[in-house]
Design a protein. Structure first.
Length: 352
DNA sequence: AAGTTCTACAACCGCCCAATA
DNA sequence: GTATTGGGCGGTTGTAGAACT
């Protein structure tokens, strides 16, 4: 059975909002609030608009303290880092950027940031490939672009984009080394991350972090959990690799990489029988490249959101409200500044 | 100057899911 | 337990203005 429409489509105005409509809506909400019912709101104030349209107009444009345009470099970095980490969870990303709406960020990403970054990224990827030892064919192909690389053409465009973005991130403004995301530190609280990972995995650092039960959208705990994941900034599998690397006392610029060049090397030469490629079984790469489950093949569409879905419930949603704040507090008591995000309560989540 | 293409972004659409009846 | 409703979300489209030919 189909769903009843939320409004009478025939008698509803569409298209750009007139200034008078804006005034009506803004005045009413500022005086009376939404009344918890967007659908009924336009009738109350005599607007021939769909309730959803009113909601969108308010949230994306009329609401106080909204910033439009003029994204800063720092905001670019955060958006990019989070996109790599969690994909197109615009509402979650928006929650990290006070004053920005998910719609704004989405538009900004699609129209400018992606082009800007992928333009650079393609070259970066080729640079990296060309530096791989023992693969002169790749070096040769590096000048011919991704599309011509026999090892990369088995990847979907989005997978290549992810790979490119990832490599660009690690080389230019890794979340891990991002002073905006990790203020007052030269790096994230590594020891705490290690502890966090250990607690998540029953005291062991594992490439397969424990999966929490799928949280409910309205459950505030879920929001905190989600926020935690976001703030870590990397899939726990990536975190595990980082932490183990840290333990090996081999932290340097290259180690912010999710995978080593040798692993990438191996990845690129391991094509499976179906034409796709498979990282060496059981390797870290096999875990890392779960994110490439979206590669061509049956069910690929459904798998598009599976990349690190172990860590992130792809069906969950979160509020992007920034009226209140949630902050992370590390065991040291230090707040993770700059990433306080609004949820419904003033939660302070303690990382253990 | 006119026509075409590109870009940015506001707005819409359809789906998902929690809340509620 | 089931159906319905409304809020929220991501993806997509429409359009105005800018840039280009």
């Amino acid at each position: 059975m189909g769903r009843a429409p939320c409004c009478d489509k025939a008698n509803v105005k569409k298209g750009p909002w007139a200034p008078e409509e804006d005034v009506k809506l803004k005045d009413y909400i500022q005086k009376n609030g939404t009344g918890g019912n967007w659908i009924a709101l336009p009738q109350k104030i005599g607007l021939k608009r769909c309730g959803k349209s009113c909601r969108l107009r308010w949230l994306n444009y009329l609401r106080p303290n909204i910033k439009h345009g003029g994204f800063t470099e720092d905001e670019d970095k955060i958006i990019c880092s989070l996109y790599i980490s969690i994909g197109s969870r615009w509402s979650v990303i928006a929650a990290q950027l006070p004053g920005r709406t998910d719609n704004d960020i989405k538009n900004y990403w699609n129209t400018r940031l992606k082009k800007k970054l992928l333009g650079k990224r393609k070259q970066t990827l080729m640079d990296r490939l060309s530096s791989l030892p023992h693969h002169h064919d790749l070096q040769k192909d590096a000048n011919e672009g991704v599309e011509d690389n026999p090892y990369l053409q088995n990847l979907s465009n989005s997978a290549i984009e992810r790979l490119q973005l990832h490599m660009q991130l690690q080389s230019s403004f890794s979340f891990y080394n991002n002073p905006v995301v990790w203020p007052n530190r030269s790096s994230p609280p590594q020891e705490n991350m290690t502890q966090n990972m250990q607690s998540m995995n029953g005291g062991q650092i594992s490439m397969f972090p424990q999966v929490s039960p799928s949280p409910q959208r309205s459950n505030n705990n879920m929001k905190v959990q989600e926020f935690e994941d976001v703030n870590i900034g990397f899939p726990p599998s990536m975190m595990a690799q980082k932490t183990s690397s840290i333990q090996e006392q081999d932290v340097n610029a290259q180690m912010i990489s999710t995978f080593t060049q040798a692993e990438l090397d191996e990845l690129l030469i391991n094509t499976n029988k179906n034409g796709g490629f498979l990282p060496p079984s059981g390797s870290q790469m096999a875990v890392e490249f779960d994110c490439f489950k979206e590669m061509e093949g049956p069910g690929s569409k459904d798998d598009q959101l599976l990349w690190w879905s172990n860590d992130f419930d792809t069906n969950s949603r979160s509020s992007s409200s920034w009226d209140d704040s949630t902050s992370l507090v590390y065991p040291s008591g230090e707040m993770c500044q700059g990433l306080a995000v609004g949820y419904n309560n003033n939660n302070v989540h303690q990382l253990h």
